[in-house]
Design a protein around this ligand. Structure first.
Ligand code: GAP
Length: 491
């Protein structure tokens, strides 16, 4: 069985993450998070905030539905499209670019509908399901449309990215929070995309969570504290490597990327910080990460450079988990023009700020964490760092005797006073099965209460990763657990 299948099985069996509307046959591209999954997600978001949010950051929580005018201005109603084609006989719909790349091994990134049609005709590409002819390629807009109000007159859309709320709130935040450049507005929330073929579990969803930072700055005086990251080395897949098909990852010091591959100090700043976050906080292996310098033909016309942080998912391959774009003054300018609201600011002079954007896909990062930490011995377990584990401590009585259960409850209550809802208590099974269940969802510490505990107030603490067990007092247990989560996350 492949690792992805095993991970999905654990997620289903333990109610970590499971398909939406399962009892009605599911809704493709939509997933529900159960208690354990939600805890992992909340902890990921907590460490993300601890690491990335700085003093000059302002958080917003914006509307999930946006009026059509916003998305006309941003270009989404016109350009947020994927090319599709349909089989003339079996009516199966395919993403035309993916189909060509998969079946003909031709790179078609950035090619127009006409060019894709030409390739399909010239290469005589047929429906992979039934072998019949394909219809002409068309553009399909990925946004979910809805209508606001009882008369259903006002067209609106579920937001396809969280960034647009930030741009349209920029002037209000700038003034109300008395900000000076450089400063960032960030948002963590849901985005919706009517993907043509959702697949690979959490990789391509129709409803997912983004954590996006929009850093506003003056391009002539970026005022970016890049000094602290100049010596950080990051892995880059250069455009040159992609063009010659070698795909060799090269390591660069941040100082050598500036004014060379990267045009903004703020973009370099976030690439360095992201790499430190993934390797030092999330403990992802360095050799499964790379920044792909997005090719010119794939780069949006308004961007002065995109770098996708990709993770190597076993069996699936390299996939983007964070998008990095230097969006210049495009968004504020276009919203100024369409809304007729002047979004320029007056500091040293009057100008429209530039924007660098890191955009994190939370579910893809969760899947990377599941892959990275999935381990097998007599049973499977997740070796999450303690601060990302759904619970920290499981308290078990060794045997189901009243005095032992009562003592275990006492220990549970004491630990709960310090670690709150991160402690669980269970005596529903034999101790072996309880350890297995705790390991399976990645609980790093188990505390077992036995007859000796009644005599001397010591307990067995068991470490998930090593299975090592040792006797300790409650005070010692508290220290061990505290030390495991007291990590300085400042990047
Ligand atoms: N505001 C920029 C933006 O939205 P993006 O590259 O389209 O950029 C950013 O998306 C991140 O959101 C991606 O790196 C990915 O992690 C996540 N993402 C995008 N589409 C997704 C999908 N259909 N399912 C799950 N995650 C997705």
């Amino acid at each position: 069985m492949e690792t992805l299948e095993k991970i999905i099985n654990v997620c289903l069996r333990r109610g970590i993450i499971f398909p939406t509307a399962e009892i009605y046959g599911s809704l493709s591209g939509f997933y529900e998070f159960g208690e354990i999954g939600k805890r992992i997600k909340d902890k990921l978001i907590k460490v993300w905030k601890d690491f990335f949010v700085e003093e000059n950051f302002v958080e917003i929580e914006g509307s999930l539905i946006l009026p059509k005018e916003v998305l006309d201005a941003s270009g989404h109603t016109k350009s947020f499209v994927d090319p599709i084609t349909k089989c003339k006989k079996c009516q199966t719909i395919f993403r035309a670019d993916n189909l060509i790349e998969e079946k003909l091994s031709i790179k078609v990134e950035g090619k127009s509908v006409e060019e894709l049609n030409k390739i399909i005709k010239e290469k005589n590409l047929k429906c992979p399901k039934c072998g019949n002819e394909l219809e002409d390629v068309k553009e399909f807009n990925l946004m979910f449309k809805t209508f606001v109000g009882p008369l259903a007159k006002e067209e609106a859309f579920l937001r396809p990215e969280t960034a647009q709320n930030i741009f349209i709130s920029f002037k209000r935040i700038y003034k109300a929070y008395r900000k000076k450049l450089p400063f960032a507005i960030y948002q963590i929330g849901y985005s919706f995309r009517n993907e043509i073929s959702p697949r690979q579990f959490l990789i391509r969803l129709r409803f997912f969570t983004q954590a996006e930072i929009e850093m506003f700055f003056n391009p002539e005086n970026e005022n970016c504290p890049i000094e602290k990251y100049l010596e950080v080395e990051i892995p880059i897949l250069t455009r040159e490597e992609q063009r010659n098909g070698r795909n060799e990852i090269k390591w660069f010091k941040v100082k050598d990327l500036l004014n060379n591959l990267i045009k903004s100090k703020w973009q370099a700043y976030f690439l360095a910080k992201e790499f430190l976050f993934f390797t030092e906080v999330l403990k992802i292996s360095k050799d499964r990460l790379r920044f792909r310098h997005v090719l010119e033909e794939e780069t949006p016309f308004y961007s002065a450079g995109n770098f996708d942080l990709e993770y190597y998912f076993e069996e699936i391959g390299w996939k983007e988990i964070v998008g990095n774009a230097y969006r210049t003054d495009y968004d504020l300018s276009t919203h100024s023009k369409h809304s007729k609201e002047d979004l320029s600011i007056q500091e040293e002079k009057k100008f429209i700020p530039h924007v660098v954007e890191p955009s994190f896909g939370i579910e893809r990062i969760i899947l990377a964490l599941l892959f990275e930490n999935y381990k097998e011995r007599e049973w499977s377990y997740f070796s999450f760092p303690p601060y990302l584990s759904p619970y920290l401590i499981a308290v078990f009585p060794l045997v189901k005797k009243d005095e032992i259960i009562n003592k275990a409850k006492e220990v549970y209550e004491k630990l709960k006073k310090i670690f709150g809802r991160d402690v669980i208590f269970d005596f529903s099974d034999s101790i072996g099965k309880l350890y297995a269940r705790a390991d399976e969802i990645g609980i790093p510490f188990a505390v077992t209460v036995d007859y000796q505990s009644l005599k001397d107030d010591t307990f067995t603490i068991r470490y998930r990763d090593t299975k090592e067990q040792k006797r300790a007092s409650i005070e010692e247990i508290i220290k061990i657990v505290e030390n495991s989560i007291n990590v300085d996350f400042k990047g």
